[in-house]
Write a protein that binds this ligand. Structure first.
Ligand SMILES: Cc1cc2nc3c(=O)[nH]c(=O)nc-3n(C[C@H](O)[C@H](O)[C@H](O)COP(=O)(O)O)c2cc1C
Length: 166
């Protein structure tokens, strides 16, 4: 049975799967994402096993009280890359930057630029050869696990077979 919470995550996962591009965004909570976003990421295990965002595009956005955006951006970018997507970049802003007019204009411009880069990458179906080693390394790990767990993970096994990856 799928309760209301199960239904909500299914709606989110369906939206992700139907999109050409995904932007993950979170405030910096103790050098990580919010518990709510982490819970949603944890429900993406099936998508990770299937590299379900292969061929799609993604980006990450972080806000913080005083800094440390980069670590959180990197964490989200690694997750998005493991899902198989091309990551076009990430950006972050501190509360101080958002409150000072001169800095605010710069960080908002950076965020807008990231959005444009994402749209262009989708339109041009850009590839990012520098990300291939990372993607391939994770895919090799998943391939091993999917084969090893083929009885329990029959959906994943069939998915990999149907794509000619096994
Ligand atoms: C539980 C919690 C943990 C936080 N941890 C950090 C932190 O480690 N570093 C930091 O710079 N800001 C931290 N913040 C501040 C938030 O990142 C900041 O408030 C947020 O980016 C967005 O701003 P808002 O409060 O206007 O929504 C934390 C806030 C909360 C509530």
């Amino acid at each position: 049975m799928t309760g209301p919470r199960g239904l909500r995550i299914l709606i989110v996962l369906a939206a992700i799967m139907g999109a050409d591009g995904v932007i993950l965004a979170s405030p910096n909570y103790l050098t990580s994402v919010t518990a709510q976003l982490k819970a949603a990421m944890d429900r993406c295990c099936g998508l990770l096993h299937c590299l379900a965002l292969k061929g799609k595009y993604s980006a990450a956005v972080v806000t913080s009280g005083g800094g440390g955006c980069r670590e959180v951006e990197d964490y989200m970018v690694a997750f998005l890359r493991h899902l198989g997507s091309w990551t076009v970049g990430s950006t972050g802003a501190t509360a101080a930057e958002l409150m000072k007019p001169a800095d605010r204009a710069r960080v908002l411009e950076s965020a807008a630029g990231l959005g444009k880069t994402l749209v262009q990458a989708i339109r041009q179906q850009r590839t990012f050869p520098g990300q291939l080693a990372d993607q391939n390394e994770f895919a090799a790990r998943m391939k091993q696990v999917v084969q090893f767990r083929k009885d329990a993970w029959d959906y994943e096994y069939d998915y990999w077979k149907s794509r000619g990856w096994l």
